[in-house]
Design a binder for this molecule. Sequence first.
Ligand code: SF4
Ligand code: SF4
Length: 369
Amino acid sequence: MHIPTEILLIALRKWGVKSKQTFDSFADVELHACSRCGICIDPCQMSSSGVSKNTPASYFLKSVRDKEINSYDALNCLMCGRCEENCPVGITTTNQRLAQRINQANNKQGNFSYLEEINYQAKPDVIYFAGCMSHLTPGITRSMIKIFRKAKINYWFMDEDGSVCCGRPQKLAGNLKAMEQLMGFNKKRIVESGAKTIVTSCPICFKVFSEDYNLGIEVLHHTQYLNRLVDQKLLPVQADNKKVVYHDPCELGRGAGIYDEPRKLLTQIAKLIVTKHEKQDSLCCGGSLGNLEIEATNRSRIAKDVVDELTRTNPDVIATACPLCKKTFIKVASVQVLDIAELIAMSIPEPNERVEKYKDITVLQEELV
Ligand code: SF4
Ligand code: SF4
């Protein structure tokens, strides 16, 4: 069955038909084009870390085809995209999983009326949207504030007085109605502010603002924006000899194709060491919001495997560009874990009296976290 559907799939792609996140006839063709080759099994960390043998896409797609899919199996996946990256047929496995979640979700309206009370600042040039996870790792938001001030940017910290969800977690749970409600509130405030650019610190927010909001303004992840500020010489960064490894977050790397900007920033301020799983082959930190069933101990198990891999070369710092990755790694790592925004903020020379204070990097790290 898979050979004729695979040929049909190739033809549909040539005609420009693309996968959506709902179960339509294209998704049905994709589903039956899976050859059950099993190539997606080994890259799946839910399997390789011994957390769940049922999660890999090969088994998931079979259970959908056999109409045996249940809610637990649909939700017990990191949505990291490693299976999709390795599938020789190009099956959009995360969209397939999302379509099943949408089918199974209760899809109720949420109550987000409290958001109407929040004021917005008129006429900023740039909106900064930190996101829920950045509020839980405040070193990142403090670093971004320092950077905006240092570069003298007319910015508005849109979610400064409390976390306003971007809506993507609702989407990953299949709750499209709640997601659309949240997006409606956020979009109104963004558009009415008159800003031309929105900068996010969280790759999850970045992806949903880029793909689902249709804002009509520039959407940047902070690694892209920081590159711009450094290129425009608005941030006087200074290099030191720290050995840094970079972890590509799933949603920023495989999810949004942003691989070069973080590396360009890091090579300007530190010694960047190459790791085994880079770019498209990057491992998931284990903290993914995409998995709604995994237990905390199993998240830590995956995170520990990834940190062991990242620290083979004895780096001084694990750098990442996602608050969720940072928060997940910190629990299991014995080296410093910092977001690129924090490293950039640290690399900006302070007035003389502060230079002494921050000679030891751990002092600033303690202040930031
Ligand atoms: S790699 Fe692709 S074709 Fe092979 S089993 Fe996995 S989803 Fe199916
Ligand atoms: S998205 Fe990640 S966790 Fe889910 S099946 Fe694919 S490789 Fe495994």
